[in-house]
Design a protein around this ligand. Structure first.
Ligand code: FE2
Length: 381
C-alpha cells in the first residue's frame, strides 16, 4: 500500500498516489486562475505532463506550458521564461519536474514582479531583502523525481552562463505554497535517474546530519531520511513500479531538503562546480564525492554516525557506515572517480576556487582550505 496524507510542514503538502488529480484545487488554494506550467525539455512531451495540462484545462485554468529549460537551468532560461510569463499575463507558476524544472519555475515566480536583475538576489548575506515581496507570484510545486526536494525549498540553483558558476537565488517566499507529492509521477523514471536523484536525497540527509550547526529538528529529519533511502532506494531501483518504495523516496527527498536548512557541506561544495563546468548529473556527482568527504570529515562526525548506524541497520558504527556507502554506490553502478562520469580534463585550480566560494562550504564540519579542498578533488579525480 502506498501512503496518503496531508501535511502542513514545512508547507502544505498533498501526499499520495493519484493526487495530481487535485492540481486544479491546489492552484485555486494558492490563489491562481491563470498558471503557467514550467518544466524541462525532457518532460515536455511525456504522458504525465500532457495529463497534467489536461487536468488544468478541465479545471478552467488553461494549459499553458513553458519547457525551454536546460538540465542545469541558466540565466538565459530565466530571461526567456520571464518574457513568456509576463507577455502571457500569468498569475502563478506550476513548478513541474525534477530539480531543473522546479528551480527554474520557482525563479520565474520570484522574479515575476521584480525590477532588479537576477544576480542581485544571490544568496549572500541579506541580499534577499532587496526583493519586493509583493512582486513574488504563487507557486504550486509538483516533483516528478525523488531527490532534489526543491518542492519544499526556499532557493533555486541557477547557472551563470558567463562564468559557468552555479548560483543560489534565495527568498523565504520562494517556498511553494502548495505541493503535490504524487509518487505515481515518478514510476516512469529510468534507473539511472532513480539512482542519481535518490542519492542526491541521501547526500542532503548525510550532509545535514554532519553539519555542525545547532538544529535538532533537522538532525532528526536527516536521520530518518537516511533510513528511508537505505531501505527504499534499492527497491525503487529494482522495480520502478513499487509505489510504496517510490512514495518513501518522495518523502526522503522532501525530508533531505527540509533538513539541509541546517547546512550542506563538502559533497555539494565539490559537486556544484563539477556540474557547472562538466554538466555531470548532480546526484550522481554527489555519490562519487561522498566516500572521500566522509573520510575527510571523519574526526568530527565519527561519534554521531556511531550512534546513527544502529538505527540505520548498519553494523560497525561510522566505519561500517563508510563501508556501506561504498557498497550502496556499487549497487547502483556509481563510478569510483569522476573520470567514470567522463570528466577527464578538469581544471583543478578553477574547481578549487569555485568550491571554496560555494555557500555549501560553510556547512562542512571540517573547515575547507585551498590545500585540503585540492586534496579532496585529487581523491575523486
Ligand atoms: Fe543536492
Amino acid at each position: 500500500m502506498s501512503p496518503t496524507a496531508n501535511w502542513s510542514y514545512p508547507t502544505a503538502i498533498r501526499f499520495g498516489a493519484g493526487r495530481i488529480a487535485e492540481i486544479g484545487e491546489a492552484c485555486r488554494a494558492a490563489g491562481m486562475s491563470k498558471p503557467l506550467l514550467v518544466t524541462d525539455r525532457g518532460l515536455k512531451d511525456m504522458e504525465i505532463t500532457r495529463r497534467t495540462l489536461d487536468l488544468m484545462e478541465t479545471a478552467g485554468l488553461g494549459s499553458a506550458l513553458f519547457a525551454d529549460v536546460d538540465p542545469n537551468p541558466n540565466d538565459g532560461n530565466v530571461e526567456e521564461g520571464l518574457r513568456v510569463y509576463r507577455e502571457g499575463g500569468f498569475d502563478g507558476v506550476i513548478a513541474f519536474g525534477g530539480g531543473s524544472g522546479l528551480d527554474l519555475a520557482k525563479t520565474l515566480a520570484f522574479m515575476a514582479g521584480q525590477t532588479r536583475p537576477l544576480w542581485d538576489f544571490e544568496d549572500i548575506g541579506d541580499w534577499w531583502t532587496r526583493a519586493d515581496p509583493a512582486g513574488i507570484h504563487p507557486i504550486v510545486a509538483v516533483p516528478t523525481t525523488a531527490g532534489t526536494g526543491s518542492e519544499v525549498g526556499r532557493a533555486s540553483v541557477i547557472t551563470n552562463s558567463a562564468t559557468h558558476e552555479k548560483k543560489i537565488i534565495f527568498h523565504p517566499k520562494m517556498l511553494p505554497s502548495v505541493v503535490i507529492c504524487d509518487p505515481e509521477l515518478t514510476v516512469g523514471m529510468p534507473k539511472f535517474i532513480t539512482a542519481g536523484t535518490g542519492l542526491d536525497a541521501f547526500a542532503h540527509c548525510v550532509e545535514a546530519f554532519s553539519s555542525p550547526h545547532y538544529h535538532p529538528m533537522s538532525q532528526g529529519i536527516a536521520l530518518e531520511g537516511m533510513r528511508l533511502v537505505i531501505d527504499n532506494l534499492p527497491r525503487a531501483y529494482a522495480d520502478g513500479t513499487d509505489l510504496e518504495a517510490r512514495a518513501n523516496m518522495m518523502s526522503a527527498a522532501a525530508m533531505g531538503a527540509t533538513a539541509f536548512q541546517k547546512g550542506l557541506g563538502a559533497i555539494h561544495a565539490l559537486s556544484h562546480p563539477i556540474g557547472a563546468h562538466h554538466h555531470t548529473h548532480h546526484g550522481t556527482t554527489n555519490a562519487v564525492c561522498m566516500p572521500a568527504v566522509l573520510a575527510f570529515n571523519a574526526p568530527t562526525i565519527r561519534d554521531r554516525f556511531d550512534r546513527a548506524a544502529g538505527y540505520l541497520g548498519i553494523e560497525g558504527g561510522f566505519d561500517g557506515f563508510c563501508a556501506f556507502v561504498d557498497t550502496f554506490n556499487d549497487s547502483f553502478g556509481i563510478p569510483k572517480t569522476l573520470s567514470g562520469l567522463g570528466v577527464t580534463d578538469a581544471d583543478i585550480d578553477r574547481l578549487v576556487a569555485d568550491a571554496l566560494r560555494d555557500p555549501s562550504t560553510g556547512g562542512n564540519p571540517v573547515e575547507m582550505t585551498e590545500e585540503n579542498t585540492r586534496a579532496l578533488f585529487d581523491a575523486i579525480l
